[in-house]
Design a protein around this ligand. Sequence first.
Ligand SMILES: [Cu+2]
Length: 223
Amino acid sequence: MLSPPPGALSSLISTRHEYDHLFGIYVPIAIGVFLTILLVVVGAVVIFHRRPPERAARWHENNPVEGTYALVLACVAAFLLYLTFSAEHKVDTVANQQHPSVVVFVTAAKWEWTFRYPGYGFSVRSGTVGRQPLVVPAGEPVRFMLTSDDVIHALWIPAVRYKHDAIPGSTQIVTLSFSTGVFDGHCAEFCGLRHSDMVFTVHAVRPASFAAWARSKGTAAVP
Ligand SMILES: [Cu+2]
């Protein structure tokens, strides 16, 4: 087990909550920008279509209006970038300072996942080699040490709104927490002909059930 660094947070970070919150800000802004542009374009077509050709405007630029428009859009983009990087920082840096209750080494390869539990001395595999589930304790930080044996893959668990590249020769550290349930996992980076078979299932179970399953080295029935 890793020891918690000074200043580690005791509260869990829910990636689902963080990214749903971000999505809830992005969508209204995107709709607002789209509707504004649509209104201006349609309004211009309707208004100026009726104007006789001999009265067509002679000017072709309006620096104050165009400058204001560019500035507003730049401010919107800067605001969204700030929110996005703040959420990324919270999830990728702050979450990784948490004391994990279990560490899982994840190795992606064409076209399979190997989930190794070093604290318990066994592995499970999923993808084209079978369908052994990844079992984790619910409500506790789970640290994934993510790498790849061949090409770039990506660990994607839609239920927790999280996706991260698995890069050959590099170990990516990812800390996630799960509520109780069964969730689908995928490879989210096209990695060859059987990419779509590179799937797995996450079973997030009560910590006591996880401990019993792990002590059996994955031979007990999945709780
Ligand atoms: Cu893949």
